[in-house]
Design a protein around this ligand. Structure first.
Ligand code: HEC
Length: 94
């Protein structure tokens, strides 16, 4: 029983943090989008060239970048703020 409760809490916490990114995205002002885009444009060559050639924003659809950044931020140990800026740049740079 305790294990089931722990699993449920873990699941809720995980889903909550993923949902948090999406909610933050919807509440952002245009100025905040612009600030994140510019930060992402600066960080993109720094982070994304470390392990392979930095993939250009046009290579994937915005929805694909969501999943890719979830994966790459884990591999590269990228802080959440930087990951969000990178995502903003990659998704709007078409
Ligand atoms: C710590 C190393 C590392 C960093 C930093 C990193 N990647 Fe990756 N990336 C990988 C590895 C390893 C793979 C292939 C294996 C895998 O998917 O785990 C990969 C695969 C990819 C792919 C899939 C290529 C394809 O089309 O099959 C994309 C796209 C990508 N990375 C984009 C990025 C972007 C954008 C960044 C910057 C935010 C980034 N990566 C940062 C290691 C890294």
């Amino acid at each position: 029983m305790k294990k089931q409760v722990a699993a449920f809490l873990l699941m809720t916490a995980t889903l909550g943090s993923v949902g948090g990114l999406a909610r933050a995205d919807q509440q952002m002002t245009p100025a905040e989008h612009r600030r994140l885009f510019l930060k992402g444009a600066e960080l993109w060559p720094v982070y994304c060239n470390q392990c392979h050639n930095a993939r250009p924003p046009s290579e994937k659809a915005p929805v694909e970048w969501n999943a890719i950044i979830m994966h790459m931020r884990t591999l590269g140990n990228i802080p959440p703020d930087d990951a969000q800026a990178l995502l903003e740049y990659l998704k709007s740079g078409h």
